[in-house]
Design a protein around this ligand. Structure first.
Ligand SMILES: C[S@@+](CC[C@H](N)C(=O)[O-])C[C@H]1O[C@@H](n2cnc3c(N)ncnc32)[C@H](O)[C@@H]1O
Length: 324
């Protein structure tokens, strides 16, 4: 995952930052010095010639004097008409920083669609696969991951010889947490890199590359379906289809436990977003518990409920009817 910088006057682009080195580290990104110089030059040129200069987006890096800061200073000094995109929590700080305390603000509502493509998600996890350990030093939405995984695991209750499917299995952490020695574990994941690591760590698992909405598994083959921190990669319009797939894979009477970054209400989601600031990932949509539960019920699940298992984490549970 990363961002590119584009000079709107020429259409020229450079890779600006990514989650992995090389580059200048700032928060969770590594910035390319070459791309920053390119952006500074583009802004300085706009300050000399353009009627309007646009910078998307101005954030903590600029407020610390880096990123687009030098180019913006030139554009402000030249009295150009400036359009800056700024996240809501930083508007006042940026206004003070550019010394335009009364600059008008237009609020744009959050986009209702995920911003990362399927390929983007696959590449993100392919790169992260080696040594993937979300519990280590994670201060973002996955904060408290090991404890949440353990609490959600208590809801799974695996019986003797159970057949278990983990969707978005990654390197196998949730399955390994709940499986007994006689559990038959299957896993599906979008990322070949994660699956390769999982295969190395858990040679006995049956692993398939595939998508949540089209699971490469037989009908009614599992007693339990679990998933941890993968559901939020779906769009809200896809939730019901995801549960239809889970119910197709479950044997009659089978149960599911789905753990993720979820919020009880929109105000809780916005409060967490404000609290996490730059650590919040705008390329992911963390669902609301009521909408996930409603989608499960519409798909035909029974006994749907949820449990708060960590600061930002909930487990949604339900079952497939014993006879259809
Ligand atoms: C945050 S990781 C969690 C991995 C593992 N469940 C865990 O708890 O450590 C999310 C995983 O979901 C997978 N994933 C994302 N979107 C998916 C999709 N649409 N279908 C299947 N897997 C997906 C990713 O490749 C990644 O391995």
């Amino acid at each position: 995952m990363g961002y590119r910088v584009r000079d709107l006057s020429t259409g020229e682009e450079r890779p600006l930052c990514s989650l992995t080195p090389p580059g200048i580290p700032f928060r969770r990104f590594f910035f390319s010095p070459e791309a920053l110089a390119f952006a500074t030059e583009a802004l300085a040129r706009a300050a000399r010639r353009a009627e309007v200069a646009v910078a998307d987006e101005v954030g903590p890096l600029e407020l610390a004097g880096g990123g687009f800061a030098p180019g913006l200073r030139t554009a402000v000094g030249a009295g150009r008409f400036l359009v800056l995109t700024v996240r809501p929590s930083l508007v006042d700080e940026v206004r003070r920083w550019v010394d335009l305390p009364t600059a008008p603000v237009v609020t744009v509502p959050a986009l209702p669609t995920a911003l990362r493509t399927l390929d983007g998600t696959r590449q993100l996890f392919d790169r992260a696969a080696a040594g993937y350990e979300p519990g280590e030093g994670n201060a973002g939405p996955l904060t408290g991951y090991p404890a949440s995984l353990a609490r959600a695991g208590e809801l799974v209750r695996v019986g003797p010889g159970a057949r278990l499917l983990d969707i978005g299995i990654g390197t196998g952490s949730f399955a390994a947490q709940v499986a007994r020695s006689d559990t038959v574990v299957w896993g599906v994941d979008l990322s070949p890199g994660m699956l390769a690591q999982c295969r190395e760590d858990h040679p006995g698992y049956h692993l398939r590359e595939g998508h949540f909405l089209q699971l490469p598994v037989p009908d009614e083959a599992f007693d339990i379906v679990i998933s941890s921190f993968a559901f939020h990669h779906l769009l809200p319009a896809e939730y019901e289809r995801a549960f239809r797939e889970i119910l197709r894979a479950l044997a009659p009477g089978g149960r599911f436990v789905l753990l993720d970054v979820l919020f009880a209400s929109e105000s809780d989601r916005q409060a967490a977003r404000a609290a996490l600031g730059d650590l919040w990932d705008d390329e992911e949509i963390y669902p609301l518990v009521p909408e996930v539960e409603a989608a499960a019920r519409r798909a035909g699940a029974e006994g749907v409920g949820s449990q708060h298992v960590g600061e930002l984490h909930w487990a949604v549970v339900g079952a497939k009817a014993r006879c259809s």
